[in-house]
Design a protein around this ligand. Sequence first.
Ligand code: GZL
Length: 360
Amino acid sequence: MNLHATPILKSLACAAVLGFALTGCTNTGTTTGGSGGGSETPEGTQQSVASSEGPTCSIEDYGAEKIDLKDAVVGFSQSEKEDNPFRIAETQSIKDEAEKLGVKKLITTNAQSTLSKQISDIQDMISQGAQALIVAPLNSDGLEPALQAARDKNIPVITIDRKVNATPCEDYVTFLGSNFVEQGKRAADQLIEGTGGKAKVAILLGSSGNAVTTDRTKGFKDQVAAEAPDVEIVAEQTGDFARDKGQSVTEQLLQANPDITAIYAENDEMGLGAQAAIVAAGKTPGEDIQIYSIDGTRNAVEQITAGSYNGVIESNPRFGPLAFQTLVDFMDGKPVGQNIIIADSEYDPSNAAERVNSAY
Ligand code: GZL
């Protein structure tokens, strides 16, 4: 989808986000704030690590007006309702960084998990004068009308969290987010280790229509197929990334498959729902049925320390520092990566107690 009429020569240099500067190809950079792979800092939170390989995007490539964020109106479009700690932490991180930077005005919206509302939210922020947009897309497809509205005014769009099926440095500037296939692989590694390579697994899938679900599923299944012949996936069903649905779906799956010995939930909220279902079935979570999930919420990590949960791969939602630094660099004329991947840490019984303060 090419929303931008003028053919643009992309700079093909590699770039890596290193602190707040860009360096040569494939270096692993460090940014401040949030948690994720990287060294512990004195205050107990981890610095997130981001890296970018491949083409970059400059403001000249994109065709936007240079603005000083301190004099700017920035819009943030959140996708899902904030009953999930991931979303709460993500939105708070954007607000905190906007305040820290002294952005003149931050407009925030929440699409309540409805695509049509996310489109109108973004269009509304443009009509309110937003000069740059940070968007957490609900789905991989469907945002075209909103991206077109921004493109028509050459408003730069930074996408975080989920990737859209559109052209970087044309339809949007860049993607900041995790490697979701890798997250699924790492969750499989935790499950394989925790079960001794022998389990009957039910998968609680995330919501459909976004790459997070497809990638976390692919990563998990590929790793199980490659490494664990005695780990059998006996059922899979979506829990829509929600705790209540995670519980109800697990109740059904346990009734249909009483020999399930492990749950892979594609986010912590569904994993915590599964935990409740396991208890309701008269079984002991973390022992009779092990639970592995992805996000890194405090609620789940605390359950690991309690022995009622078995492993969590972090999906770092604290995009504020990196998103705004990427915007600052972009506005300064520096080339920014088109695909900036953040590193995610992980929690297991060996580190959950000491690292729980990095959870969100
Ligand atoms: C991942 C994000 C997912 C979280 C869920 O980047 O899109 O959406 O893992 C959330 O908790 O619903």
